[in-house]
Design a protein around this ligand. Structure first.
Ligand code: ATP
Length: 318
């Protein structure tokens, strides 16, 4: 367990920013932290990086308790890398000098600093731009360099606070690839993002947070749990067959079956079953026996965005 929190709480005056947060994060995970503006995500990250003291509750990061004493706080800060919303680069300095400056702050020796700077720039495909002032870099190049900077001291755990906010699709992809290659290298990533598609694709588990922990699960489980009662598969076929929806709906393991329009004019039969893993083979056998030309079969779940919105703005019971 690389992060564990127990009733972690932070108040600012009378305002409760983080309320009794209990988390356990395994080493090697990409852990997504989703929540609306002002939810307390940055405050949580700052507590876990020993930059803000918890008001009450406890947290351990890489085995060291945050806020216990200065020595433990230092050990926590050595174990973590942090990329905040502001990348903190010096625009007039070139890429190498930016990294050397931060390497010095991390206490690396001269030769170690040069070696790390070179490794980092090569890994991020920025080596050929190393002598250019960072002010001339694109936003994506700056963001990659900022990730490299946060990793100079080789932390086991990296906190990324909205790393792709305001990046275009190509730059976001480069940052996401960097995140995945860090996971492959065994690092743990704590990712705060407002980009649902990014969270859905990258994260092993996702917490939905708004002062309190509202949900915590894998992206697929979250989407499944928020599905309507029962589970749904969509079977796309070349064309509708009269009577087929009705006869499928009559199968004893099927709860309902209805035709949906698809954009390309093909036919899609949406079938709700209580246990798709168990009954899909029988469903398909039946459809093929009826002469249906099945093209695709897809599990239907709500999008992570729908799950997220329903979680942070729950509907009042009527
Ligand atoms: P965003 O997605 O907008 O970055 P966030 O989830 O990171 O939001 P925080 O920055 O942690 O949210 O802020 C949570 C709440 O705590 C906000 O209402 C903020 O105004 C308040 N807050 C944060 N830091 C302080 C501070 N140092 N003093 C007083 N209030 C603060």
């Amino acid at each position: 367990m690389i992060i564990r929190t127990e009733k972690l709480t932070r108040r600012f005056g009378n305002y409760l920013a983080v309320d009794n947060l209990n988390l356990e994060i395994e080493e090697g995970e990409i852990f997504g932290f989703l929540g609306p503006n002002g939810a307390g995500k940055t405050t949580t990250i700052r507590m876990l990086c020993a930059l803000v003291e918890p008001s009450t509750g406890r947290a351990w990061v890489d085995g060291h308790e945050v806020g216990r004493n200065e020595r433990d706080n230092d050990l926590v800060r050595q174990a973590v890398g942090l990329l905040t919303e502001a990348p903190g680069l010096y625009e007039l300095l070139n890429a190498v000098d930016n990294l050397l400056f931060y390497a010095q702050l991390y206490g690396l020796s001269g030769s170690q600093a040069h070696q790390r700077a070179e490794e980092t720039l090569r890994w991020l495909d920025l080596w050929q731009w190393r002598k250019e002032p960072v002010g001339t870099f694109s936003k994506g190049m700056k963001q990659k360099l900022a990730i490299g900077r946060a990793l100079l001291h080789r932390p086991r755990l990296l906190f990324l606070d909205e790393p792709t906010a305001s990046l275009d699709a190509e730059a976001s992809l480069a940052v996401r690839e960097a995140i995945l290659s860090l996971k492959e290298a065994g690092r743990t990533i704590f990712l705060s993002t407002h980009n649902m598609e990014e969270a859905n694709r990258l994260c092993d588990r996702i917490a939905i947070f708004k002062q309190k922990l509202l949900e915590l699960d894998t992206p697929l489980n979250l989407r499944r749990r928020f599905g309507l009662e029962g589970r749904q598969v969509q079977v796309r076929m070349r064309q509708r067959r009269p009577g087929l929806a009705e006869s499928v709906a009559g199968l004893d393991f099927v709860e309902s079956a209805t035709w949906q329009e698809t954009l390309n004019g093909h036919a899609a039969l949406e079938v709700r079953l209580s246990d798709p893993e168990k009954h899909n083979p029988a469903l398909l056998r039946y459809l093929l026996d009826q002469g249906a030309e099945v093209q695709y079969v897809e599990e239907q779940t709500p999008s992570l965005e729908e799950v997220y919105l329903a979680t942070v703005n729950p509907k009042e019971p009527a």
